[in-house]
Design a protein around this ligand. Structure first.
Ligand code: AP5
Length: 221
């Protein structure tokens, strides 16, 4: 199964993709996490990614597409992937379709997690993430058991530099201009599954799993 998680910054893509991937035994590929991970070393990719991420803009397609295509060629992706934060432009979506087609595969479903703009801003303002494993927390909605420490790996929690109010505004603007058109792209392909992203993390996960299950039953019939 190859599934895309689509949604605005703060919609809960990362939170949900991490657990749904475990549940469905799929590899979780998050381009934002890959770029942040790369920044732990001073590579050329890291420098370029930081330049765009700090401003809330998208990293250029050529860089992002190459990084993802290299990742999906790895043997662990054979059984399926959840893409989180990719594709984000029409060009990325087409490149992904083309690359999968060459391997005799395709995107099966696109889970569009829908959340109101006011809720997105509130979530990003309260987010802390783990420096080591990138697990996201929220100071009010999903706090860690020990303040400042990751429940999963004990890593230090920090606030992302692109979660400042000004950069969040820019990220939302970029999302509506460049990524939201993918809703229509996948809807026309008959792959879009819309899921309400508000409510508890557990409720949203349950909604996603039920929706994906209904879809796969529908495809088998
Ligand atoms: P990326 O890291 O992908 O950021 P994003 O898409 O802006 O998404 P977020 O990580 O902000 O949100 P999310 O939907 O994952 O929400 P989360 O689960 O964390 O990308 C960062 C940058 O990298 C981009 O701006 C760009 O520069 C670059 N980049 C990445 N991919 C690229 C691409 N394909 N092309 C070009 N450039 C790219 O949850 C948010 C918060 O809400 C957390 O605090 C969480 O605890 C909380 N929360 C989650 N669910 C709930 C719930 N149900 N109720 C209450 N709170 C909740």
């Amino acid at each position: 199964m190859y599934i895309v998680f689509l949604g605005a910054p703060g919609a809960g893509k990362g939170t949900q993709a991490a657990t749904v991937a475990v549940e469905l035994n799929l590899v979780h590929i998050a381009t934002g996490d890959m770029f942040r991970e790369a920044q732990k070393q001073e590579t050329e990719l890291a420098k370029q990614a930081r330049f765009y991420m700090e401003k809330g803009e998208l990293v250029p397609d050529e860089i992002t597409i190459q990084m993802v295509l290299e990742r999906i060629a790895a043997p662990d992706c054979e059984n399926g992937v959840i893409f989180d934060g990719f594709p984000r432009t029409l060009k990325q979506a087409e490149a992904l379709d083309e690359a999968l087609e060459k391997q005799g595969k395709m995107i099966d479903s696109v889970v569009y997690i829908k959340v109101s703009e006011a809720e997105l801003v509130e979530r990003l303002g309260g987010r802390w993430i783990c420096r080591q494993c990138q697990a996201p927390y929220h100071m009010v909605n999903s706090p860690p058991r020990t303040p400042g420490k990751c429940d999963r790996c004990g890593g230090e929690l920090y606030q992302r530099p692109d979660d400042t109010p000004e950069t969040v505004r820019e990220r939302l603007r970029v999302y509506f201009a460049e990524t939201a058109p993918l809703i229509d792209y996948y809807n026309r392909a008959g792959k879009l599954l819309e899921v309400g992203g508000e409510g508890s993390v557990d409720d949203v996960r349950e909604r996603i799993l039920v929706t994906l299950d209904k879809e796969s039953v529908g495809q088998r019939e």
